[in-house]
Design a protein around this ligand. Structure first.
Ligand code: GLC
Length: 749
């Protein structure tokens, strides 16, 4: 028990029931109660995942204006850096701003997976892949908490769309839930220990997440041994006693009307156990004590340094999608004039709408930063092209084409206006505004040396993809996106981002297309495990550009894949070494991506799954051995008969992305892992494959049915596939003998 727990237990013993109940609800929209009588202060919480939004008003119904803070790239952009250490730096910086503005818990990171690119809140989430989302989330939590500020891992769980987000029931099968949608949460809880976890608004398989005991207690608190606080999303609690009993510790916002009186009456009547209140209050006390111990007063944060960090991070997150004939980087000495086209060039789209919105300390536009970088030697033309609503007038187009024609190169900055994607609202298509698409196509028609720079929070379609010479994906790059874009365009920074989500050719190709958004109050996750690249690979659908894709101004060569073992057992970790060489003329960063492929498995598996990655910086000609660690746990499958993760005894192939390098590893089943449960519907074959079950079956039957040599293999396969209970129909087993057999074969040990 750490000393906070002991202190909390001592304080709890001195508190009245009312004081304890108060701790389970906010004092207002952004702070908790304390216990002034015992010297326990209240603490403050504030959004958000890519910058501090410290509300000015204490009650959110009085407005959401917030104090100035640094707006970093949003999660969807940051994830393209594939650099958890960079995200950790961002976390540290935001935490410094929290300390300066007296905020003790930051409401982020958001790690919900991108099930559909239509989700309006995808800009706030990292990836379609649970490992990448988990590792980026770990970086964020470590960074923030290293400065004595807590985090809130959200939204737990399956909040993968905004449509009906406060009521819809996500219908998810157990294996998909455990292997995919809970995976990033599990990784972050176990490896970074966030001070709080925020439950989501939606229902999961019919049960509100805020009342879901299986989620909040059985999995999070018991199985994952989480000791922090479970806080509700704002307004997610509908039945407080049920939420408390399910494992929710803090309802936000507060204070609610007669909340404590009502809950106290339930306790006094025996309808609600005081132990439930004590459990929540104890966790709250621990949180308040550890937050207050780290509280700093009277500090300021370095606005300029944080802006510079935002610029560096944004540049590291930009993905070079296309670069025909090496148009990029632009060489100022070879340019007399450049046409900068698109309203986003002067008024960049750099963050998303909703609770994560930051009042930025400043915003740099791509136009201003290009002008500053290019100097007087290059004439910079500007035309807004499209209107703020995304439409394109003939006059606006004509003005844009005029400067594009006469320039040495054109830069079109386009993307998704804020009205196209936001918290609380999903997209209705993957397309950019028609005016943006048309402007890009028309400018490319008159100017072959055109670069398109995109600012968008989630995947978009690109009908004009073949037209421009170059394309940069800048995502929602934060307040310093202008400088970051200029540095990449001019080669000050060599782009090193990789896509953290697949870019589909069209909406109809996307994994959730047939099931999203659901109807009659529920949405079926019918695609199961197969979201993102897992889906496109399995279905053999070619996306516009794949997960993990990104170009560089240099090139890399791989060689010498080596593993420190060829077998792997539960609890073990494999080391994989691969040599990467910068075979180009510029320094650059490469993201080494390792995937696993299971050629043969008892389970339906994705064609490949990301299992490890690392980013490396190499000078021209430099080689480096990159070492990756792969824990057996990350190769386990969730078995829904055993209701447990297990290492399937099988051969797997480890594949290095973008190369033909691979290694074969034998996974050794853990004999101690939970055995399958044999039921009356378990096939004869499964009995036969399990040594103990086969022995018990032979003891019972004396001779194996259908084992005669005269039976053709196809017929034997057919008969071995029958459930064991059919032996009763065939007169080989009495009903009571079947029950005895199942009882014996399932007996532990
Ligand atoms: C919002 C969001 C959540 C945010 C909270 C407080 O509705 O879903 O992410 O932290 O309320 O603003």
């Amino acid at each position: 028990m750490d000393n906070y727990t002991q202190q909390a237990a001592d304080l709890l013993a001195q508190m009245t029931l009312e004081e304890k109940i108060d701790l389970t609800i906010g004092k207002d929209s952004w702070s908790t109660y304390g216990v002034p009588r015992l010297g326990i202060p209240s603490i403050n919480v504030a959004d958000g995942p890519h910058g501090l939004r410290k509300a000015v008003a204490r009650d959110l119904t009085d407005g959401l204006r917030s104090l100035p803070a640094t707006c970093f790239p949003t999660a969807s952009a940051l994830a393209c850096s594939w650099d958890p250490s960079l995200v950790e730096e961002v976390g540290r910086a935001i935490a410094e701003e929290c300390q300066a503005q007296d905020v003790q818990v930051l409401l982020g990171p958001g790690v919900n997976l991108k099930r559909t690119p239509l989700c309006g809140r995808n800009f706030e989430y990292y990836s379609e892949d649970p490992l990448l989302a988990g590792e980026m989330g770990c970086g964020f939590v470590r960074g923030v908490q290293s400065r004595g500020v807590g985090t809130s891992l959200k939204h737990f769980a399956c909040n993968n769309q905004e449509w009906e987000r406060m009521s819809i029931s996500a219908e998810v099968d157990e294996r998909t839930l455990r292997e995919l949608y809970l995976s990033a949460f599990e990784r972050i809880v176990k490896q970074a220990d966030p001070w709080t976890v925020m439950c989501s608004y939606n229902r999961l398989n019919g049960i509100p997440a805020a009342e879901h005991r299986g989620l909040l207690t059985a999995i999070l608190k018991d199985e994952w041994r989480y000791e922090g606080v479970v806080v509700s999303d704002w307004g997610a609690v509908d039945n407080k006693p049920a939420s408390l009993a399910a494992g929710l510790d803090l309802e936000m916002p507060g204070p609610g009307l007669n909340h404590t009186t009502r809950i106290a009456a339930l306790v006094q009547s025996g309808a609600l156990s005081e132990m439930v209140i004590d459990a929540a209050a104890l966790r709250m006390l621990r949180l308040i004590l550890r937050a207050n111990a780290a509280r700093k007063t009277g500090i300021a944060f370095d606005v300029a340094a944080h802006h510079a960090l935002a610029r560096r991070v944004a540049a590291e997150s930009i993905v070079l999608l296309k670069n025909t004939d090496g148009l990029l980087p632009l060489v100022p000495a070879a340019l007399r004039s450049v046409a900068v086209i698109g309203g986003f060039a002067r008024d960049p789209r750099y963050q998303g709408s909703g609770s994560s919105r930051v009042t930025s300390t400043r915003v740099d536009s791509p136009y201003d930063e290009l002008a500053r970088s290019l100097g007087d030697g290059v004439t910079l033309g500007y035309a807004a092209g499209y209107s703020t609503d995304g439409t394109l007038s003939e006059a606006g187009l004509a003005e844009a084409l005029a400067i594009a024609r006469s320039a040495d190169a054109a830069i079109v900055i386009a993307g998704l206006p804020e009205s196209y994607e936001a918290e609380g609202m999903d997209r209705n298509s993957l397309a950019l505004p028609q005016g943006h698409d048309r402007l890009i196509a028309e400018v490319c028609r008159v100017q072959p040396r055109t670069v398109v720079v995109l600012q968008n929070g989630s995947a978009v379609t690109m009908p004009w993809f073949d037209a421009p010479a170059a394309i940069l994906e800048a995502g929602l790059g934060g307040q310093a996106v202008g400088g970051a874009v200029a540095e990449v365009l001019l080669g000050v920074v060599n782009p090193c981002g990789r896509l953290a989500e697949t870019l589909p050719m069209r909406l109809e190709d996307t994994p959730a297309f047939l099931n999203y958004p659901g109807e009659s109050g529920s949405v079926r996750y019918g695609e199961g495990l197969f979201i993102g690249y897992r889906y496109y690979d399995k279905k053999g659908i070619s996306p516009r550009l794949p997960f993990g894709y990104g170009l560089s101004y240099t090139s890399f060569r791989y060689s010498g894949l080596h593993t420190d073992r060829t077998t792997l057992r539960a609890g073990e970790t494999l080391q994989i070494d691969v040599t990467v060489r910068n075979s180009g003329a510029r320094a650059g960063k490469e993201v080494v991506q390792l995937y696993v492929h299971m050629p043969v498995s008892q389970y339906n598996r994705p064609t490949k799954e990301l299992v490890a990655f690392a980013k490396v910086h190499l000078q021209p000609g430099e080689s480096r051995v990159v070492s990756l660690q792969l824990a057996a746990r990350d190769l386990m499958v969730y078995d829904t008969e055993r209701h447990a993760f297990r290492l399937e005894g099988a051969t797997c192939r480890l594949l290095v992305a973008g190369t033909d390098l691979s290694a074969e590893i034998t996974l050794v089943e853990d004999p101690g892992s939970a055995r399958r449960v044999f039921t009356r519907y378990t096939s004869l074959k499964q009995f036969f494959l399990d040594p103990e079950a086969r022995m018990v079956l032979l003891e019972t039957l004396q001779t194996m049915p259908f084992a005669g040599a005269d039976m053709p293999d196809t017929e034997r396969e057919m008969m071995f596939a029958i459930p064991i209970c059919k032996l009763v129909n065939f007169g080989r087993l009495a009903p009571e003998a079947l029950e005895a057999l199942l009882e014996k074969v399932n007996r532990p040990g």
